[in-house]
Ligand binder design. Structure first.
Ligand code: NDP
Length: 350
């Protein structure tokens, strides 16, 4: 990635840190200027905020109306290091946020509607306020796709999950169903055989779209049973999953499958939104980074977390990317001459 030498100097006008959690649009309607604006408040965005704040960059986090990312719907996290007894998703994200705010990050629960990365400073609009940034970290994550039935939503976190790596451990010695016919569904089903007594794969068509090797592995696994040409009509259970009601898609017919857990693996949608117009993405919509860094194709814009990582999709890996993005942004700002001579830089605090 090249530096943007030859452009007009970046204006610095750092907003005062505040604990206000909603948009604090300036009364004058003037744009707010920050050295670093971070978009997204999941593990990647808030870790970037902690690192950027500790580097005296006074980051503004435009965290979204549904702040906290996917962990806000995860009841218990047992694989985040440092919490040997596990921790609730919302509680963990609350701690991330408190830590970021303690060092001066300003976290605003607003959605970014529009961006202009065509000139500097970069411009972003959220809840009617224009933000200007010398550097931007995009950490908007990806959202798991859900079936969209009421019982699935109600039992999310109570036996319905979209992440086998996160939640599989809770289903030891139970029968589990996985919905989907792609590589993720089959991979999750194979992973879940470590815990479950039996794994049922429910797929709406008669053939899988997954790779041949994964189909062979799943079909041959003694603990896996395939239920093709079926969709989930209803998740049965009041406070926890007890069964799924399946409808056939090739002929009339319904059946009930008693299970203790249901994993939805029908794909993820990267939250590229307003950024897609400016930043390159792959064929499935995930933003792409340059080489082994968090740099995007535009100097000064950095990318972290599930918005580009469709391979690992873990809180810890997203947090790690947030740290990397803040380090990349700080070093880039320093080299571009946009960081004033304040005593602490990221390199100094590391
Ligand atoms: P995919 O889009 O490949 O598959 C989604 C599956 O969910 C499809 O079988 C689809 O059915 C089904 N589905 C979608 N919507 C619904 C719905 N509303 N109701 C019921 N079923 C539904 O997503 P994946 O997450 O599996 O994979 C994404 C990408 O990541 C792929 O390119 C995949 O190859 C890759 N990947 C690679 C892995 C690896 O290499 N180890 C591991 C995991 C993923 P239908 O087939 O009928 O459309």
């Amino acid at each position: 990635m090249t530096m943007f030498t030859g452009l007009a100097p970046i204006q610095i006008g750092v907003a005062e840190p505040s604990t206000n959690s909603t948009s604090n649009a300036s009364a004058s309607g003037e744009p707010e200027h920050a050295r670093v604006v971070i978009v997204g408040s999941g593990p990647a965005g808030l870790t970037a905020a902690i690192y950027a704040a500790r580097a005296n960059l006074s980051p503004v986090v435009l965290g979204g109306y549904e702040a906290g990312g996917q962990l806000m719907t995860t009841s218990e996290i047992e694989n985040y290091p440092g919490f040997p007894d596990g921790i609730g998703g919302p509680e963990l994200m609350g701690l991330f946020r408190t830590q970021a705010e303690r060092f001066g990050a300003r976290v605003l629960d607003v959605d970014v509607d529009r961006v202009d990365f065509g000139s500097r400073p970069f411009r972003l609009w959220a809840a009617g306020v224009e933000y200007r940034a010398d550097a931007v970290i995009v950490a908007t994550g990806a959202s798991a796709l859900w079936l969209g039935i009421e019982s699935e939503t109600r039992l999310r976190g109570h036996g319905v999950s979209a992440c086998a790596t996160c939640d599989g451990f809770f289903f030891r010695d139970k029968e589990i169903a996985v919905v989907g016919g792609g590589d993720t569904a089959l991979e999750e089903a194979l992973y879940l055989t470590r815990f479950a007594t039996k794994v049922h794969i429910v797929h709406r068509r008669g053939s899988f779209r997954a790779s041949k090797i994964m189909i062979a592995r799943a079909s041959e696994h003694p603990k896996i049973e395939l239920h093709l040409n079926r969709t989930v009509a209803e998740v049965v259970g009041q406070d926890r999953v007890e069964a799924v009601q399946l409808s056939r898609t090739d002929e009339p017919g319904e059946e009930t499958l008693p299970i203790g857990g249901l994993f939805i693996a029908i794909g993820h949608r990267p939250n590229g939104g307003a950024f897609r117009e400016w930043l390159p993405s792959d064929e499935t919509g995930y933003l792409t980074v340059e080489g082994e860094t968090t740099e995007s194709a535009i100097d000064g814009i950095f990318i972290a977390g599930d918005i580009h990582d469709h391979r690992y999709r873990q809180a810890i890996t997203a947090a790690g990317e947030g740290a990397r993005a803040a380090i990349d942004a700080e070093r880039w700002l320093e080299t571009a001459g946009a960081v004033s001579d304040e005593p602490a830089t990221l390199a100094a605090v590391l």
